[in-house]
Design a protein around this ligand. Structure first.
Ligand code: SAH
Length: 186
């Protein structure tokens, strides 16, 4: 499991620079939000979304404990709203990160679902700069996970040629799969 999230962070490190704008679509316990905030530094901007107050609380604490001072805005809203909330960021974002599934340590029945995940992915693409990336960690071991992952894959197969797409996986039945989409610099 660790391997895939590390792989995502390594790939994100290659494309995110100090001063960039980035989005964490599923703040959860805040690991990705903190990672993003550290990559973009105090001149960058981070927006984080989650529908669970406890997730945003955990994320806020993690940032505080790490002494993170960069501009991070956390929204207690579904990520499907990111297009409206971040309309001023359209075409300016370097990376949008999704970590699907349930909140570790939280309610396992409260999961991300394709009905909101797919509109959120569409909204995320509109935010990207040319050369910007969408990183989607997909879990399939929990009830509903496989359906969501299949729906996300079908969605990604229909993307037009403006985007490149890779699906990364490791040989482990429970390991999440990483979907990596790049808006090409055409
Ligand atoms: N499965 C990952 C963690 C995922 S956390 C792991 O094992 O590390 C997923 C987060 O998405 C949860 O905190 C959940 O509250 C959040 N979430 C669910 N639906 C959402 C939505 N529509 N918009 C934003 N966040 C959502």
């Amino acid at each position: 499991m660790k391997r895939m999230t590390q792989m995502a962070h390594e790939k994100l490190s290659e494309v995110i620079q100090l001063g960039d704008r980035v989005v964490d679509a599923t703040a959860g316990n805040g690991h990705d939000t903190l990672f993003l905030a550290q990559r973009v530094g105090t001149q960058g901007e981070v927006a984080g979304f989650d529908i669970q107050p406890e997730a945003l609380h955990a994320t806020g604490l993690r940032l505080e404990h790490a002494g993170c001072r960069g501009p991070v805005n956390l929204y207690e809203l579904g990520h499907e709203k990111m297009g409206q909330v971040l309309s001023a960021w359209s075409g300016t974002v370097q990376a949008v990160v999704f970590n699907l599934g349930y909140l570790p340590g939280g309610d396992h029945h409260l999961i991300t679902r394709q009905v909101t995940t797919l509109p959120a992915l569409d909204a995320a693409l509109k935010l990207l700069l040319p050369g910007g990336v969408l990183s989607v960690m997909q879990y399939h071991g929990h009830p509903g996970g496989k359906q969501e992952m299949d729906a996300v894959l079908r969605w990604s197969e229909k993307l037009d040629t403006e985007y490149s797409r890779q699906q990364m996986e490791v040989e482990h039945p429970q390991a999440p799969k990483l979907l990596w989409i790049e808006k090409l610099n055409l």
